[in-house]
Design a protein around this ligand. Structure first.
Ligand code: ADP
Ligand code: MG
Length: 303
């Protein structure tokens, strides 16, 4: 098997065989993925011919996604862009195991996904902070659900509160935070459980442009060297290029499918404040946008 673009001649991801953390092996021997063939480690997430239909109120089926093929090599940052309503969140819900595809399959490190994806954490578009819990308690939630002791959870949550720049706000409640601060708390919430895969659904879409840039830089800081695989959903092409190793384009719905995959070989570390003015960035933007704009225009025609 390979973990790379499915189109001919674009198999650059297939040579990235070694960006897998030793802890995968630890987890494999400890539990749910007892035997993993070595090559399967290259693919953190793989969608094969995934189709998702929903029943319409009329009783007919609405096919949101049809025959989606996509894979993310372990340790890479993959973004999916596409017009509004094309099925981006649906794709992420399938990766999280919250939705069982109508047909096709998803595999996680070579194992067919059946039920909730326990190797992934999910950062939703709207943060899921509990209003009656403090920031530190919210950040600790994932550890608490795992059965970690209150003392351990509290200590680690305190460290993450500082790590995402919320020092001094651990005892505050979500309503006392700005939008950017809430995002920081949500980020800590999804990274504290040390997932192999981080699923993010337009997490910064509601932020003002400057806060958004800061958060994007911070997500890159967290991800760099972590070995984690990120599947990042956005409708913002600049954001996708700035963050990613690869950008995949979903066509307009219904029956959306992946219509292009583009490698982003801009050097890292990246400074997202300046990267947009670089010629390599702009060239890539033009190339990807030439395909995406048709999908966006078609989506306008449907409105
Ligand atoms: P995006 O995130 O790209 O904006 P979504 O994945 O939310 O798009 O939705 C894709 C399509 O599937 C839309 O037409 C939406 O109305 C439909 N859809 C999504 N979830 C459901 C559901 N649970 N029931 C019925 N239709 C749904
Ligand atoms: Mg969505």
């Amino acid at each position: 098997m390979r973990c790379g673009p499915l189109t001919e001649g674009r198999s650059w991801l297939s040579i990235r065989l070694c960006r897998v953390q030793p802890r995968h092996r630890t987890e494999c021997s400890a539990g749910y993925n007892a035997v993993l063939p070595t090559l399967d480690h290259t693919c953190a997430l793989r969608f094969e011919a995934v189709t998702q239909s929903f029943p319409k109120p009329s009783g007919e089926a609405h096919t949101a996604l049809e025959g989606v093929n996509l894979d993310a090599a372990a340790g890479t940052f993959l973004s999916v862009v596409g017009p509004s309503g094309c099925g981006k969140s649906t794709l992420l819900n399938i990766a999280a195991g919250l939705l069982q595809p109508t047909s096709g399959a998803v595999s996680v490190f070579g194992q067919r996904l059946d039920g909730v994806n326990r190797r992934a954490s999910y950062m939703f578009q709207q943060d899921a902070l509990l209003p009656w819990k403090t920031v530190r308690e919210n950040v600790a939630l994932g550890l608490t659900f795992r059965g970690q002791s209150a003392a351990e959870s509290n200590q680690l949550a305190g460290e993450w509160v500082r790590r995402v720049g919320l020092q001094g706000f651990g005892d505050s409640y979500p309503a006392q935070l700005s939008g950017g601060m809430r995002k920081r708390a949500a980020m800590a919430q999804s990274w504290i459980v040390d997932p192999d895969i981080v699923l993010m659904d337009e997490p910064f879409a509601a932020l003002d442009v400057h806060t958004r840039l800061r958060m994007e830089n911070e997500i890159l800081d967290l991800w760099t060297g972590s070995g984690k695989t990120v599947l990042f959903i956005t409708h913002d092409l600049e954001e996708a290029i700035g963050l990613s190793d690869e950008v995949a384009v979903l066509s307009v719905g219904p029956a959306s499918r992946i219509i292009a995959r583009h490698k982003v070989d801009l050097p890292r570390p990246r400074n997202l404040i300046d990267i947009r003015t670089e010629s390599g960035f702009q060239e890539l933007y033009k190339t990807i946008w030439s395909g995406l704009r048709q999908e966006v225009l078609r989506s306008y025609e449907q409105d």
